[in-house]
Structure formats: C-alpha cells, structure tokens
Design a protein. Structure first.
Length: 391
C-alpha cells in the first residue's frame, strides 16, 4: 500500500491571531519582493517555493474547452481519483465556504466546484477550468507547490507569490500515480482568509491518502487482470523472459523468480536493458507493455571515468553503456578495483574514511551502486566481478 502523505506544519496554528500573523507575513513578503532574498522566518516549505519562482509573473495559460474534456477522460486513474475526491469533499465545501479544485499532472485545472460566491472571487484571478496553475505560471500556490514538492502544503495569505492571491488560504496535496510513482495531479481546498484552520490540512491529507490507496488497489487489480493474457505471450518453455509495464511492474515471468516491480536504470527502450541483480535483457515493445528476454550479452570490461564521474560498461558485442556516479561512489569502486580479492565493510570503511567505524554508511553506498551495476559488484566480501580500468 502507498505510504501516507507527510503532514507539513499548517500555515496557521489554532492559537495564533490570524491578523497578527498576516501582518508578519506581509512584512516578510515585502522584504522578499524588494530584495529577492528569502528572509528568516518564512516557513521551510514556502521558502523552498519562493526560491524556485520565475523572475517575472506570467499568469495562467488557458486551454480550450475541447482540450479540457479530453484531459478529464484521458487517464482512467485520474478519472477515478477525481470522482472519489469530489464525492468525499464536495459536501463540506458549502459549510466551510471553500471550493474544491483538481488539476492534472500538467497543472491544468480540470474541475472547480463549490459555493458560487467563492467561485466568483476565484474566477477573477483566472482560477478556472482550463487554467494552468503551476508554480512556473502563477508562483507559489497550493496546487503547483504540492506538485513540485510531492507533498501537501497549506498556503496562507502573503505566502502566495503574487499579491492578487494574498486574500486566500489554500490547502493542496498531490495525487500519486501508482504505476510509476509520478504525480498524477493535485487538489486544493481554497477559500478566504477567515476559513484558515489546521484541520483543513488534516482533512485534505487523510482524504488524498484514501484516494491514493484506492488507486494502488486499482493498479493491483489491473496487473492481475493483464497477467493471465500476458502469460500466454510467454508460453511455458524457453529462456528466461518477463513482461513488464512502463513502470517496471512485472505482469508475467518465465523461468525466473522476481519481485513485483523491477528497477530498470535508464528506463525501457527497444534495445538491451540492464536490470540490477538479474543482468541484461533484450527489450521489445508489445502494445503498451514490454517483453524482456534474457540477453546473450556478457560484460567484458568496466571503465571508471573521473570527469565526469562514471562507470562505462563494455559488452562482448562492443556495445557500451555509461552510468553516472558520485565522487564517493567512484572512490569506492576504485578501491575495489585495486583489491580484486575483495574487502569487508570495515576494510572499505578504513580505506574510504580512515576509520573502520563507518560500515553502515559503506553498506548503504554499496547498495546504491548495485542498483546501477547489479552483479558487477557483489558482497561477502565486496568485490568487482569484472576487470576495471581507469580513464
């Protein structure tokens, strides 16, 4: 099941005087807009967003009605999420004098619903169906910032990046696509400053948690439905093979035991792909899925490069692939290349840090490298399985 959304601090504590807090935010906003530097006292989530702001306020782009209709029905997961969110939240909008807004992964607003007086106010800002409400378009706002940070956010008054939005409080959260962990869209509950309350943040987070869980179950059901048909494509005999979707989720397997989802560095393409701990597979598209057949390629050499840090893998058919590394990862691989018999975690720690007390850090770093290089780096002891050169 998906992890619950992280709850950030609400924009206004229940014991705070809203008017005094707003005056303080007005002062911080004035400093930022004058100097361009985010002043001390701005909430961490808002400070990050302010630092991402474009140099000039562009305002929302507007999409035609036929495009909005297409976007509403283009993705069945977003269709399910929007229906569930409206069912769960719309009833509370009238009582709380807020409106419910939902956008897709591009930040295009698909639905706006709520009391007519609230909607009239937001329409004057361009907060309407078809408007693009990303940070790039309109600056810090609950929809765009929730998507940029992949986390819930409550934006109060002058925390918004544009003065025309300063009379609003908006509470947003991202909808997560279980197929590839990307942001599928976002929602916000928006209203006048007097509607600000910490409980709104809890309501939005718990509701989106529930909807994200529904999408996860929907995804699992789809995988099970497709697995029977996909197994027929593979048959029961032959070399190791897999059928996966674009997110690396395993639909069917033959001759190989794997987890539910595979990490495939570099993604899928009509070529040979590298799957850590499994090796190389030839990838072929089958509709919107991919069939992966065990490749006959073998790795012949590993070349470590300094500028930029990377690991270049050469195969027996003269093919090559390059994986970026951090400086620390490059140093670790160089040490192992110089010790072909292998080293323990403590010995690696001593070589890297001058002390054997950093074994936990070493193990974590090796784990990260193996996600990329897979069986080229093995444990117990840690060693490279192919010759390595330097360039």
């Amino acid at each position: 099941m998906p992890q619950p959304l992280t709850r950030p601090s609400s924009a206004l504590r229940i014991d705070q005087d809203p008017r005094a807090h707003l005056r303080r935010l007005d002062s911080l906003f004035s400093q930022w807009s004058t100097t361009g530097a985010v002043p001390v006292g701005v909430r961490e989530e808002v400070a990050r967003s302010w630092q991402r702001q474009p140099g000039e306020y562009r305002g929302p782009d507007f999409r035609p009605s036929d495009e909005i209709a297409h976007r509403r029905g283009a993705d069945p997961f977003l269709v399910h999420a929007s229906a569930s969110l409206r069912e769960r939240l719309l009833a509370s909008c009238t009582d709380t004098a807020t409106e419910l807004v939902l956008c897709d992964r591009d930040g295009v607003v698909l639905w706006v619903a709520g009391p007519s007086n609230v909607r009239r106010r937001s329409e004057s800002l361009g907060f309407v169906e078809g408007a693009s409400w990303t940070e790039k378009s309109v600056g810090t706002n609950a929809l765009g910032t929730a998507m940029a940070d992949r986390a819930p956010i409550q934006i109060f008054g002058s925390e918004h990046a544009h003065p025309s939005h300063h009379s609003w409080v908006c509470t947003g959260a991202p909808i997560i696509d279980p197929r590839d962990d990307s942001v599928l869209g976002a929602i916000t509950l928006s209203g006048g400053l007097r509607t600000a309350h910490p409980h709104t943040l809890s309501l939005v987070c718990s509701t989106v948690d529930a909807v994200n869980a529904e999408l996860e179950l929907l995804h699992r059901d789809n995988l099970r439905t497709r697995s029977n048909a996909a197994a027929g494509l593979l048959g029961s005999a032959g070399p190791d093979a897999l059928i996966v979707d674009r997110g690396g989720w395993v639909i069917a397997a033959r001759g190989i035991s794997v987890s539910d989802r595979l990490y495939i560095p570099g993604g899928l393409g009509s070529s040979t792909v590298w799957i850590p701990s499994l090796g190389h597979f030839d990838a072929t598209p089958v509709g919107d899925l991919w069939q992966l057949n065990r490749s006959r390629r073998t790795v012949t050499t590993l070349t470590l490069t300094s500028e930029p840090p990377g690991a270049q893998v050469t195969f027996d058919d003269s093919g090559q692939t390059t994986h970026p590394l951090t400086r620390r990862q490059l140093d670790l691989l160089r040490i192992l290349a110089q010790n072909p018999a292998g080293l323990s975690a403590r010995e690696l720690s001593t070589s890297l840090y001058g002390s054997g007390d950093h074994t936990v850090t070493v193990r974590a770093e090796v784990s990260r490298i193996r996600r990329t290089l897979g069986p080229l780096l093995v444990p117990r002891p840690y060693r490279l399985t192919v010759a390595a050169t330097f360039s």
